[in-house]
Design a protein around this ligand. Structure first.
Ligand code: CDP
Length: 213
């Protein structure tokens, strides 16, 4: 896709992309960030890094370093499960909140993908998208990435959904003003196109209103 580097300058503009495991958030977020020249933060990586670090999770979250986010083991199913287990701990979430908020509202535009970006981290986000797909479709996509037994991958996806949606602190759910994007039967090009159109529309509306952040 064509990259459009625009001099957004002092503009503050946040795109919040939330949704369950393997719905396509990461791919869509990277493509949107690339297209509009925005910064991108995969917030799941923060929780994965805390999950695999070991020791006391709250301490791990408070002392997280940039190099903790580069581990090659962060993308495994086990790291995903560990992430969703530490993600229910309010002290862990609190320790990671400030960094995410600052990233979201720094000048130049930002895309954040996660579970609670539109609801808790940045309720004022200019664009909110809730990306979803059926558990079977999501498990199939994740299985293509990680291999193993597809039935086991489906079990892990459902287990993580239940934990993420059922927790008391910042549960996974669409923000009331989020646009739902069900990617079950969409190609990635189609899903990215829809997301980019939503961002384009919000940028045009802001331009018409004469605001630039
Ligand atoms: O890539 P995938 O969608 O499978 O997962 P991820 O975005 O890397 O997130 C891993 C886990 O971290 C999730 O299952 C959540 O439990 C947790 N998480 C969260 O609680 N809040 C976020 N903003 C991002 C991730």
């Amino acid at each position: 896709m064509r990259t459009r580097r625009v001099a957004w300058g002092a503009m503050i503009f946040t795109v919040a992309i939330d949704g369950p495991a393997a719905a396509g958030k990461g791919t869509i977020s990277r493509a949107v960030a690339d297209r509009f020249g925005f910064r991108h933060l995969d917030t799941g990586l923060l929780y994965r890094a805390v999950g695999v670090k070991g020791g006391d999770p709250a301490t791990a979250a408070r002392t997280l370093l940039p190099e903790d986010l580069t581990g090659t083991d962060l993308r495994t199913l086990a790291a995903g499960q560990a992430a969703s287990q530490v993600a229910v701990i309010p002290e862990v979430r609190a320790a990671l909140t400030e960094f995410q908020r600052r990233f979201a509202r720094a000048e130049g535009g930002a895309v954040l993908d996660g579970r609670d970006i539109g609801t808790v981290i940045c309720p004022e986000a200019e664009v909110k998208i809730y990306v979803t797909a059926s558990p079977e479709v999501r498990a199939h996509r994740r299985w293509l990435e990680v291999g193993g037994e597809e039935a086991q991958v489906l079990h892990e996806v459902k287990d993580r959904d239940a934990r993420d949606m059922g927790r008391a602190d910042a549960p996974l759910r669409p923000a009331p003003d989020a646009v739902l994007l069900d990617t079950s039967t969409m190609t990635i090009t189609e899903a990215v196109g829809r997301a980019c159109a939503l961002v384009e529309a919000a940028l045009s509306a802001r331009k018409r209103a004469g605001g630039h952040g």
